[in-house]
Design a protein around this ligand. Structure first.
Ligand SMILES: [Zn+2]
Ligand SMILES: [Zn+2]
Length: 258
């Protein structure tokens, strides 16, 4: 049976959470078996986990997003202790974002290192958000020995060189609805080159709805449109993309027993 998995979403955000029963129906209709609900801060983590505990289709991570400047700073110990929850399968999202934020971003790099250290102690993979910060992202991953746990470059929009360096460190590369956008030619070329055994698909919902829903609210059921685009770019069937990306998901997030 062909199933799809949304490897990165934010269905705990109020707009989607209140509508989750309907979203779950659409997921079932589109054969989207599962979605990974990614943490962006600590105050919302408990309510997020209550939702994830309730929904058998949802799994979760723990972490503080690099774009959230004035947040409670996580400690290594706190991340590790929260990661022991049975449904937490990754650390993140973490990383560097020099596009959204400028100025002295030393705090962002420190926070990133904290997450990598926690992931190594927890023996869980990292979910990395990286935007216009390729060199520093790779440098810090190397310095901190992130290879030991691996992870995923989520919502990938950087260069092919960055994709290659990430894969050399054992990371997967995940594509969102951006890859379906008309003006995303470079990214489409990159996606065509990423080997099928290193590729994940995601929605990053509620943002970035894929074509033909661009500009509308996104949800995990729409990940099938990302899979369709990847299939088109690679000359594969959508079933092959579903199967491979699902296998990759379970290989990376191996705390999920299925
Ligand atoms: Zn992100
Ligand atoms: Zn995200």
């Amino acid at each position: 049976m062909t199933v799809f998995i949304d490897s990165h979403c934010h269905v705990n955000f109020p707009d989607l959470a209140s509508d989750y029963p309907e979203i779950a129906k659409r997921m079932a209709k589109n054969s989207v078996q599962m979605a990974l609900c990614v943490s962006v801060n600590l105050p919302d983590w408990d309510p997020m986990m209550q939702m994830v505990e309730r929904e058998p289709t949802l799994w979760a991570s723990v972490g503080v997003h690099p774009d959230y400047e004035n947040e409670i700073e996580p400690s290594v110990e706190d991340l590790v202790s929260r990661s022991r929850h049975a449904k937490v399968v990754a650390i993140g999202e973490t990383g560097l974002d020099y596009f959204r934020l400028t100025g002295d971003l030393q705090w962002q790099r420190e926070r990133f290192r904290t997450h990598i250290r926690a992931a190594k102690l927890a023996k869980l993979p990292l979910i990395i958000h990286t935007r216009q910060a390729s060199d520093d992202t790779i440098k810090i991953l190397r310095e901190e020995g992130a290879e030991e746990v691996g992870g995923v470059m989520h919502c990938f929009t950087e260069s092919w060189e960055m994709a290659q360096q990430s894969m050399e460190l054992g990371f997967y590369v995940s594509f969102s609805g951006i890859v379906t956008f008309k003006n995303a030619r470079d990214l489409q070329e990159t996606a065509a080159k990423v080997p099928m055994d290193r590729l994940l698909i995601e929605t990053d919902s509620p943002y970035l709805a894929p074509v033909p829903f661009r500009g509308k609210r996104n949800d995990p059921s729409l990940v099938v449109h990302v899979a369709e685009k990847i299939a088109e770019l690679k000359g594969l069937s959508v079933e092959e993309v579903a199967e491979q990306s699902t296998d990759n998901f379970f290989r990376l997030f191996n705390k999920i027993k299925h």
